[in-house]
Design a protein around this ligand. Structure first.
Ligand code: AMP
Length: 440
């Protein structure tokens, strides 16, 4: 696109301390939150005729930590498609060349509040269990793609007033360092599991610990294990749950074990004491039953030793949760992650800059005219996935191309786009397919 045309597409607006330079289709920007990466605004999208959230990543390549996180988030958001994980609607940068490249804007579905705000509210069992069910569905979907989050927290989970829930981020990269002996910096760690705090190996149910902490906080309206640092936090864990068994201590590395063994010993409290009836709505027989089920679930999630903690699948089958069980939500096909070395990547700032820039351009290219383009030259016999910005797109609109494509299925349809699958006929070449962009 020529420079002038591109410049005319954008405008600049001050939001809080930051300046957003966004496409003109996005109007009425208002700040709604901020995180480690920058400010998030709500806006009205005139093309999709709906409200959206726009997150500005300012110079995401400025250092290794920011760059790795931004790149990982961008790649994963592009691949994952599940109702309990935030969906990406658009990605853009107002800068025109790699040399000028500064900021990335992620446009997402807009939700009403994050979970920190919900924690203040008195929730009935129906809402509480539904929120937990959706968290578990989102987590299970990430696990199915090989993404173990390890850093779930209320600020990274967003909800709507109709009680729908989405996870906002993808947590810590496999290679991210954590651990008791690391220099503390300002991040929320209250929800991190013992195996993360103590620098042990971990498995998928590391994320169940966070769900347990979040559930406990929704019941108590107070953080379960607040700690100034990991050491203080570990104290809070053992004061309430008790010093873990010798069997658990044997799994720790020598220096951490010495530290843990030298803490005062605590017997801990029963779950009836930790979460007494008064914390739950228990005014009817039904609610009393639900309260005891909720407490039972907490007691199975808040287990220090991961080998004895409930799994995500078991939690989804728990009587407090399984009332919501819907196979299309729980067992949705796993996303395919395109970048296989995502977590292992190490780059210089300049290399990160280029990689992130390429990801942005790739999005722009793929969504140009509503079509995912750039298929390899020999695509005959393969399936082709097309993204249309028209919500009610259907196979009849493709009749014209029936000599090249065989309709396969409508894999997803929402208020704002359709995803369609085709099988490509043997003699078809990429050149023919490029013309498809005009029909969408
Ligand atoms: P983040 O930078 O992703 O950690 O987001 C910071 C905060 O912005 C979150 O805690 C939410 O309060 C808010 N936020 C981010 N994305 C959205 C969204 N899609 N819808 C509503 N609020 C959001």
């Amino acid at each position: 696109m020529n420079r002038n045309k591109r410049e005319k597409e954008y405008y600049s607006i001050d939001v809080g301390d930051s300046t957003f330079m966004v496409l003109k289709r996005y109007q009425n920007l208002r700040p709604i939150g901020s995180g480690a990466q920058g400010i998030v605004c709500s806006a009205y999208d005139h093309n999709l005729e709906r409200n959206v959230a726009i997150k500005k990543l300012s110079r995401p390549f400025q250092n290794q930590t920011h760059a790795k996180r931004a790149y990982r988030e961008l790649v994963l958001m592009k691949c994952v498609n599940h109702k309990n994980i935030i969906g990406l609607l658009n990605v853009f940068t107002p800068q025109k060349t790699l040399e000028e490249f500064q900021d990335v804007y992620l446009v997402m579905e807009l939700m009403d509040a994050n979970l920190c705000q919900v924690i203040q509210m008195e929730l009935d069992h129906e809402r509480l269990s539904y929120l937990l069910y959706q968290m578990l569905c989102g987590i299970k979907h990430l696990h199915a793609a090989g993404i173990i989050h390890r850093d779930l927290k209320p600020s990274n989970i967003v909800v709507k007033s109709d009680c729908t829930l989405k996870i906002l981020d993808f947590g810590l990269a496999r290679t991210a360092a954590t651990g008791l002996l690391m220099t503390p910096y300002v991040v929320t760690r209250y929800y991190r599991a013992p195996e993360v705090i103590l620098g042990m190996g971990y498995q998928a149910n590391v994320d169940i610990w966070a769900v347990g902490c979040i559930m406990a906080e929704m019941v108590r309206h107070k953080i379960l294990f607040p700690g100034r640092d990991y050491i203080d936090q570990w104290n809070k864990v053992i004061e309430q749950l008790g010093t873990p068994s010798q069997e658990f201590l044997m799994k720790l590395n020598q220096s951490v074990r010495t530290y843990v063994e030298n803490r005062p010993r605590y017997a801990g409290y029963s779950f009836e004491k930790l979460f007494p009836d008064v914390l739950f709505p228990a005014d009817s027989e039904h609610n009393k039953l639900k309260a005891s089920q909720a407490r039972d679930l907490l007691s199975k999630m808040l287990v220090i030793d991961a080998s004895k903690r409930i799994s995500v699948d078991e939690a989804l089958q728990h009587p407090y949760i399984n009332v919501w069980y819907d196979p299309t939500e729980v067992e949705a096909p796993p996303p395919v992650i395109t970048d296989k070395q995502l977590d292992e990547r190490e780059h210089t700032v300049e290399e990160w800059k280029e990689l992130i820039y390429k990801e942005v351009l790739d999005w722009e290219e793929r969504t140009k005219n509503g079509v995912i383009r750039g298929q390899p030259a020999s695509i005959a016999g393969h399936s082709l996935l097309l993204l249309s910005e028209q919500p009610q797109f259907n196979s009849t609109q493709f009749q014209k191309y029936s000599n090249q494509l065989v309709w396969h299925q409508q894999s997803c349809q929402s208020h704002f786009f359709s995803v369609l699958m085709f099988n490509v006929k043997p003699q078809t070449s990429a050149i023919h397919l490029s013309s498809l962009s005009f029909v969408l």
